[in-house]
Design a protein around this ligand. Structure first.
Ligand code: LLP
Length: 385
């Protein structure tokens, strides 16, 4: 039996909860991403933080994209998956010494630097290794991403990047450092952004910044706009493809690009969100006084987004075609925030039914924990089931 896109018969005998990835959807997404970036000569560094599953990483690397890493662990995973070192960018406000050394030893493309203090340390380490570290400075462009407060980053003043007022000073310093090659600016204003006017505002702000720098004789070789393009969590079947076409068209149209300037992106969620699902089994239906609870074997340890950001993931019963009923869908973890959703409409649900959480390919498996000493959910792939 196939319900929607899911090969339910093949799920029989697999221990729940587990992640299921539709690799043909991932490849289709990557085909479109590649066509849209190639159209304008843009470069994508996939944000490994969104999903670092080795099979997913290898599939993305096989398209020739670069990787955006935020830890030494991610750099290692990216290299193992086949991302070339010279297409790896390394961001993060707190790069540890060994992580900087790892980046230098592998001659990664670029460090995205978030403070003056960090810049000096990278320069020291590079000098000790007789190397020159290529860097971009992450600037906080003060643009409101109109997204969840826990995933917005571009408004001043937060721990990410440096503020516009400090830019001149930092560029002056950077140019004096012998073991640093400064190539441009990096921006990332937030995540799950679906309103294109936010990206338009970003382009206009970056034009202003470039113009001011040019007047001082500073020409930027590279611009990196980070990630942030959102996906449709409510209609994963109808809108399984993020709006890559409009997104890149906005940058192509609005950015006042100088000759041979590199335009880079670090999309994560948009690349992997729709291809992944979390599959779980119903343990109990608890009939309360006013509500019914569907108690699952998956919890916030397997998919933390609902508990952490009140995020919505479309929820379906894969094994029931009965009439619709309403449930609070909850996990087994000893935390009152371990709730996937309240008043969720599902086909009438009973013990043993399979429940799917859609659009869980980004920030799902990778944010799992073993709280309550649970085992991590395994992953399965459409190609090999
Ligand atoms: N570049 C930088 C510097 C970032 O901080 C991020 C995400 C990205 C790129 C990729 O952004 P994306 O294209 O995926 O929006 N755990 C949260 C999302 C955190 C995003 C953190 N930074 C969630 O589950 O919604």
């Amino acid at each position: 039996m196939i319900k929607g896109k899911f090969p339910i018969d093949k799920f029989k005998g697999i221990k729940t909860p587990f992640y299921y990835y539709d690799l043909s959807l991932l490849r289709h997404t990557l085909d479109i991403l590649k066509a849209e970036t190639d159209k304008y000569g843009f470069t994508e560094h996939y944000a490994v933080k969104a999903n670092a599953n080795p099979t997913i990483l290898k599939t993305i690397a096989s398209y020739g994209f670069g990787a955006d890493c935020v830890s030494g662990g991610e750099i290692k995973a990216a290299l193992e998956a086949g991302f070339p070192a010279n297409r790896i960018v390394f961001a993060g406000v707190g790069k540890a010494d060994w992580e900087i050394e790892l980046g230098l030893d592998n001659d990664i493309f670029c460090f995205n630097v978030e403070s003056l203090a960090e810049l000096n340390v990278i320069n020291e380490f590079a000098a000790a290794k007789h190397k020159v570290a290529t860097i971009e400075i992450r600037v906080n462009p003060d643009i409101d991403a109109h997204t969840h407060s826990k995933i917005t980053t571009g408004l001043q003043e937060n721990k990410f990047g440096i503020n516009l007022g400090q830019l001149d000073n930092i560029i002056e310093t950077v140019n004096k450092l012998k073991n640093i090659n400064f190539i441009g600016l990096h921006f990332h204003i937030g995540s799950q952004i679906t309103d294109m006017t936010v990206f338009k505002d970003l382009c206009l702000r970056v034009n202003e910044i470039q113009y001011k720098l040019l007047q001082k004789g500073i020409r930027l070789q590279n611009l990196n706009f980070g990630g942030g393009l959102g996906v449709d969590y409510h209609h994963p079947n109808h809108y399984s493809m993020p709006d890559f076409t409009n997104y890149f068209a906005v940058f192509n149209k609005l950015i006042e690009k100088s000759e041979n300037q590199g335009i880079h992106f670090e999309l994560g969620r948009a690349v992997v969100a729709q291809c992944g699902s979390l599959i779980s089994k119903v343990l109990y239906i608890k009939e309360g006084e006013t509500k019914k609870f569907a108690i699952l074997d998956a919890g916030m340890t397997d998919l933390i987004r609902p508990a952490m950001y009140d995020a919505y993931h479309r929820t379906e019963n894969l094994t029931s075609d009965l009439e619709i009923d309403t449930y609070d869908v909850v996990g087994p973890i000893c935390e009152s925030s371990d709730i996937f959703g309240k008043d969720i409409e599902l086909n009438k649900t009973q013990r043993g039914d399979l429940i799917v959480f859609r659009t869980a390919g980004a920030y799902g498996e990778v944010m799992a924990s073993q709280y309550n000493l649970r085992t991590l959910a395994k992953s399965y792939f459409s190609d090999t089931l």
